[in-house]
Design a protein around this ligand. Structure first.
Ligand code: FUC
Length: 763
């Protein structure tokens, strides 16, 4: 363990002096599958609930059969510069039918109405403890202290609400289910004398059916059901157990919910809590980040007050580490083995018609959700994404064949519960883009690259290969013999023609080639490691040599398209053509200084024109600056993310709430601390001196390494590196030469500045 360097461990908690007045102040609980936004009102508690597989509508074949016959014409029109005509045809022939995929819907609310003398509660507090994953609401009324302890248990698959009072017989309340869209509720029935079952549907043709089951386990007093209520009278303590399930996973969700609750009810509360904490902490406690900086002890301030102070210019590095750990908390709570991946809202969505359908938007957002998974030491939280990718293969094969006459599998800029791969929307700036599967597959490679588990690679390789297969078939030969994508778009920007007209459809958006190059590289490296598939990788290598290279345009920027067009929106939120800087690895200050310089110009131009106005865009920008090793700019953008795109509950604000900014922001802070994409462990590559002394424990790096570091006065003081694999570890501290050290699997290497025991070699 790294020396603590006298950095006091700030408590990692979000806390408030008042209940949530709206959803943006409520606090999230989740076990990956079940989610609750808890409002914490003393008289009327509201848990807004979600189950990750409760969506509207069933699976469909939305592939447009007119795509393939019209594809040659669309290509011909684009290549002849008749882009608007091509777009008109694409809007009919290349969209999905119908245009939109399925959307995620809420499960409903659990409402608790407490008996009250009418006197106001006092000494109120509401807290989410990130160290334990437990939320607590506590207040005093008429001389009695009431406490609610709540958590979402992954091992027991229930949400638990524990109600206590510090005097006997004081707990009297009634509980009920509520669901805004009553037409999708079929029945509410008692279950014994202390339970309630809500039965309903997601809606739509072949949609899923759900059950939500509540049981109250009361000590003292009485408990009975009346109508659609469970009534608890004068109890000493009560444990509420909440389960939910749908026909997506379960043939009989009612039976599975009741079985889960029966099992949980047999365990004493302390055991449920203990099992939850052991499980949660086994993920959360792997990483610690403590920052001393100015005003390190601001935890005595409520989180909303702290955020407001920060917005008004108060430096608060402790808030940055809290935000970082909150991002990790959110991933543990919304993506665990066996669940669906985190969607646009993680799992927390209160709307029956949610923003952008609360689904998996895969032209940046879903990928961003997982940027923190590997380096922030939550690799198993990445698995739900891989399961979704697997489920997308079959539909993606059909889409590739039917719409484009290609082998392999493809997806466009969204997918849903059913792993739908046909285009989404009839909105040209985003719809006509078949690179979604390719980008997703890069996450398989990353998972391997961090963990170096060859068995995983052997399993993942055929999927990457299938995505690459599609691209080999989809690429067409341009005028000069290069291989280009057509039709394509640069998500979701438009370019200006000399006439001043804006167009979106194009041949060869820069991002396409950056993604394709990264995927082809991943396939070639994988096949090499596995010692297979030479014929295929030979084909890939030839295609790769024919892809256009990144170009630098008239402003000194990375060109967004093959032609050096002006952008219709130079401050656009998407900065797709910097994929090669992050999450890609193609532009680096050391290996491609000219492209890195052009990437800087690109960023500066976007920002000068108002870029970064959505939370996720700002989060991406943090990662870009970190890769450019510009600590001050990275810090400036962390500040902007927290100041302008963060809600009082620290959730990201697109606006409205969208979780990608939390995850991308957390990944960005990690990227400022440690980078490993260029084959070197870069320690503190973009860490601002203004955040003061500190230490971090447990960050992961590519190559199977885990890193602890402590720093003071802008200098590394001590490092510990753990190797999971045998090999040469290359390390670079701030402003230092690269040091090489052979490490055996299982070995760790500890060193204090100036790292004397390491053998130094020049880069
Ligand atoms: C993309 C973005 C939007 C939004 C949506 C979910 O289309 O351009 O800003 O994040 O996804």
């Amino acid at each position: 363990m790294v020396n603590k360097m006298n950095v006091a461990a700030g408590r990692k908690r979000l806390w408030y002096k008042q209940p949530a007045k709206d959803w943006n102040e409520a606090l999230p609980l989740g076990n990956g599958r079940l989610g609750a936004m808890v409002f914490g009102d003393a008289n009327n508690e509201r848990l807004q609930l979600n189950e990750d597989s409760l969506w509207y509508g069933g699976p469909r074949d939305r592939n447009n059969r007119d795509a393939l016959p019209n594809l040659p014409k669309i290509r011909e029109l684009i290549l002849a510069g008749k882009v608007r005509k091509a777009e008109e045809l694409a809007c009919m022939a290349l969209t999905g039918i119908p245009e939109t995929q399925r959307h995620y819907v809420p499960l409903g609310d659990l409402q608790l109405r407490f008996a009250s003398s009418g006197s106001d509660p006092s000494a109120y507090s509401r807290e989410l403890d990130l160290e334990s994953g437990v939320m607590t609401v506590s207040y005093r009324r008429d001389g009695v202290r009431f406490t609610r302890e709540m958590f979402a248990s992954y091992p027991d698959q229930v949400i638990v609400v524990r109600l206590t009072a510090d005097q006997p017989g004081k707990l009297t309340f009634r509980a009920r289910w509520d669901r805004q869209q009553w037409r999708y509720v079929d029945r509410i029935e008692p279950w014994g004398t202390d339970g309630l079952v809500m039965s309903g549907e997601g809606g739509g043709e072949n949609g899923v059916a759900f059950r939500a089951v509540l049981k109250a386990v009361a000590k003292g007093g009485s408990c009975r059901t009346v109508g659609e209520y469970v009534l608890v009278d004068q109890a000493e303590e009560v444990t509420l157990l909440i389960a939910a399930d749908t026909t997506f996973r379960s043939v009989n969700p009612e039976r599975s919910c009741k079985a889960v609750i029966d099992r949980a009810a047999r365990k004493p509360y302390a055991e449920l809590l203990g099992r939850h904490m052991a499980d949660y902490r086994s993920c959360f406690a792997r990483v610690e980040l403590e920052l001393e900086g100015p005003n390190k002890d601001r935890d005595e301030l409520a989180t909303d007050e702290r955020l407001a102070d920060y917005r008004h210019g108060q430096e608060d590095p402790g808030l940055v580490s809290l935000y970082f750990q909150f991002g990790r908390y959110l991933l543990i709570s919304s993506s665990r083995p066996g669940t669906l991946p985190a969607n646009l809202q993680g799992i927390w969505n209160p709307h029956f018609l949610p923003p952008w359908d609360s689904k998996f938007t895969i032209n940046i957002n879903t990928q961003m959700n997982y940027w923190l998974a590997e380096n922030c030491n939550l690799a198993e939280c990445h698995l739900p994404l891989f399961e979704l990718i697997e489920r997308m293969r079959e539909p993606g094969r059909t889409t590739a064949a039917i719409m484009y006459g290609c082998r392999g599998f493809t997806a466009h800029h969204n997918t849903d519960l059913w792993a739908d791969t046909a285009p989404q929307d009839g909105w040209p700036p985003s719809t006509f883009w078949p690179l979604g599967a390719a980008w997703l597959c890069l996450h398989l490679w990353d998972h391997y690259d961090f963990g170096r588990d060859e068995a995983f690679l052997a399993q993942a390789y055929p999927t990457m290969k299938e995505a690459a297969r599609f691209l080999l078939d989809y690429l067409i030969e341009g005028e000069d013999g290069q291989l280009i994508t057509c039709p394509s778009i640069s998500p979701e920007n438009a370019y200006l023609l000399d006439s001043g007209k804006a167009e979106v459809l194009c041949a060869g958006a820069s991002m396409d080639f950056q993604i394709i190059r990264a995927l082809f590289n991943a396939c070639m490296q994988s096949a090499g490691i596995l010692g297979i598939d030479e014929a295929f990788t030979g084909e890939v290598a030839i295609a790769m040599s024919r892809l256009p290279q990144p170009a630098i345009g008239r402003h000194g920027q990375i060109q967004e398209w093959m032609e050096d067009y002006e952008e219709a929106e130079p401050g656009h939120r998407h900065i797709s053509h910097l994929f090669g800087l992050y999450p890609g690895e193609q532009f680096t200050p050391e290996k491609t200084p000219e492209l890195a310089a052009a990437a800087r110009v690109t960023l500066e131009r976007r920002l000068a024109h108002g870029g970064g106005h959505t939370g996720w865009s700002r989060a991406w920008i943090i990662n870009f600056w970190a890769r450019l090793r510009d600590a001050d700019k990275a810090r400036e953008n962390v500040k902007a993310l927290l100041s302008h795109s963060t809600l009082p509950n620290l959730l990201d604000n697109h606006p409205p709430f969208q979780i990608d900014g939390n995850f991308g922001g957390t990944a960005g802070i990690a990227e400022m601390l440690l980078q490993s994409h260029s084959g070197v462990l870069d320690l503190l590559p973009a860490w601002p001196a203004a955040w003061g002394d500190g230490h971090v424990r447990g960050l992961r790096a590519r190559g199977g390494y885990t890193v602890d570091m402590a720093w003071a006065q802008g200098r590394l003081q001590r490092i510990v590196i753990y190797a999971a694999q045998t090999g040469i570890c290359r390390i670079r501290g701030i402003g230092e030469n690269i040091i090489e050290k052979f490490m055996e699997a299982g070995q760790s290497l500890a060193s204090s500045f100036p790292f004397e025991e390491l053998v130094a070699s020049k880069s």
